[in-house]
Design a protein around this ligand. Structure first.
Ligand code: HEC
Length: 115
């Protein structure tokens, strides 16, 4: 997702290529609607695999809070795909900002800051 966000950003900051933005927005939309909740199985807040997890335990208990940020994220990702398809650089920039805020909305609440 971060890589595709970077692709959209490069287009709104530089030369706008409608097709590239559509590809990136569609990729994010697909991930957003893929049932990401399945990534967060109970007990994985203790995960220490290749890297210690940064998920906060609240993600497994605050169902309402998670629902709010997740719903917002999916809505913004769907809207991003719609705006990208229309091909207007200024509108893409605005929606890119909203989508980025929706990533941050979850990270601020449910992800531990990088040490
Ligand atoms: C519903 C919550 C949620 C949303 C929405 C969300 N993330 Fe995350 N993200 C997380 C959590 C939780 C982690 C930490 C996972 C871990 O360390 O186990 C994470 C980790 C990451 C990481 C670090 C991965 C790593 O290798 O450590 C990146 C990059 C990232 N997210 C990008 C994004 C982008 C870009 C978006 C929006 C397009 C987004 N995320 C939306 C919850 C979310």
């Amino acid at each position: 997702m971060a890589w595709n966000m970077g692709r959209i950003k490069a287009n709104v900051d530089g030369t706008y290529n409608k097709d590239e933005v559509i590809k990136a927005a569609n990729a994010i939309q697909a991930i957003a609607n893929s049932g990401m909740g399945a990534l967060y199985l109970p007990g994985t807040d203790k995960g220490k695999g290749w890297k210690e997890t940064r998920v906060k335990p609240e993600l497994f208990t605050d169902k309402e809070g998670v629902g709010k940020v997740a719903t917002n994220f999916v809505q913004q990702a769907n809207e991003m795909a719609k705006v990208a398809a229309a091909g207007d650089a200024a509108a893409t920039k605005v929606q890119f900002g909203k989508l980025g805020e929706s990533c941050k909305g979850c990270h601020d609440k449910f992800r531990v800051d990088e040490k």
